[in-house]
Design a protein around this ligand. Structure first.
Ligand code: UFG
Length: 334
């Protein structure tokens, strides 16, 4: 039977894809979003409640009014560089507001939550691939804010019987294979959309941050995971909790890494356009390689990525960005 799920940040990139997966599985996603970074056009599979997470009263009213049985919590700031400049913004929004959400859940008797965590909680791990048992030692306030919430969840679980799935994403990428939604960040800082914009002539060039890393081609290696695969992992996580499972924390990645230079080559190949790439200095805080050991998620959630080969990631993202370019100035930017 379908359940009603509060999706904080449901108007954002990953949240909107999760709403689609929930809806296709017969559940009702209720998006809760202040639309600071989210987009009302991305809310297509259930109601939108415009609200701030720091507003505990509105949160409680929403949980009651929509008879919410579980929460998927995406809403957060996620710019690593910005978090270094303005840590307070990250601790207020990502930490304090999540505590308000957890308190609202406790007060309204909502027990299950799937939380967007991140590989940034591991910091600069000495090992690759990264297993969940490695120490979590973030090297920036963004990762610290997410780690704090993982810890808070443990204590809320003990004190109040909250059950949680903490999903530590690696590099989210790609767009809905049916072209209904996709990535739209302002400013855009992520590699794949930037390379695609360069291929489509929307920017002059793309910078390669570091070409002297101890990796096969000298550029950084990341584990790119398709946003639709992330969405399906969220669905499986919430259904697992609804079936009564204990809390869990798992990596969401593929186990396979791609270098910056490989990504650029893939975009050139798939788009058919050349990309003007410049080798630049390293970006502070970038570990050489971050690749998940995905075995625990595979086993616990019975989840295997289906869309996360580089060809599908780049192909779906390219289609989305090309469509946005064609539509620019019309419905999409409304
Ligand atoms: N990169 C470039 N040029 C660019 C942008 C990125 O070379 O213009 C490189 C980065 O140095 C990195 C790789 O491309 O090696 C991927 O960079 P992204 O900015 O796309 O993603 P990050 O790996 O920095 O960040 C992602 C998530 C964060 C999360 C982090 C954990 O977006 O939310 O992983 O490391 F915190």
């Amino acid at each position: 039977m379908g359940i009603n799920v509060l999706v904080t940040g449901g108007a954002g990139y990953i949240g909107s894809h999760a709403c689609k997966s929930l809806s296709l599985a017969g559940h009702t996603p209720v998006t809760y979003d202040n639309l600071v970074h989210g987009h009302s056009w991305a809310v297509k599979w259930g109601p939108l409640v415009e609200g701030d997470l720091h507003n505990g009263i509105t949160l409680r009213e929403t949980l009651r009014k929509h008879n919410i049985q579980a929460v998927m919590h995406f809403a957060a700031f996620a710019y690593v560089g910005e978090s270094m400049q303005d840590p307070g913004k990250y601790f207020r929004n990502n930490v304090a507001n999540t505590v308000t959400l957890l308190d609202a859940m406790v007060e309204e008797g909502v027990k299950n939550i799937v939380f967007s965590s991140t590989c940034a909680t591991y910091g600069e791990p000495g090992e690759s691939p990264i297993r969940e048992t490695l120490p979590q030692q973030p090297v920036n306030p963004y990762g610290e804010s997410k780690l704090f919430i993982e810890k808070a969840l443990k204590w809320y679980s003990q004190a109040h019987g909250i059950r949680y799935g903490a999903l530590r994403y690696f590099n989210a990428a790609g767009a809905d294979p049916e072209g209904e939604i996709g990535e739209e960040h302002d400013p855009e800082t992520h590699l794949i959309p930037l390379v695609i914009q360069a291929a489509l002539g929307q920017r002059e060039d793309v910078q390669i941050f570091g070409s002297d890393y101890p990796t096969p081609d000298g550029s950084c290696v990341r584990d790119y995971i398709h946003v639709t695969d992330l969405a399906s992992a969220h669905l499986k996580a919430i259904e697992r909790l609804a079936a009564g499972s204990d809390s869990f924390a798992v990596n969401l990645g593929t186990g396979k890494g791609h270098s910056v230079k490989e990504v650029i080559a893939a975009v050139e190949r798939i788009s058919g356009y050349p990309v003007n790439a410049r080798e630049c200095d390293r970006r502070p805080g970038d570990p050489p390689a971050l690749v998940a050991a995905p075995g625990l998620a595979n086993a616990l959630l019975d989840w295997v990525p289906e869309y996360s080969d580089l060809k599908t990631i780049v192909g779906t993202a390219l289609r989305w960005h090309a469509m946005k370019l064609n539509n620019s100035g019309s419905a999409l930017s409304a």
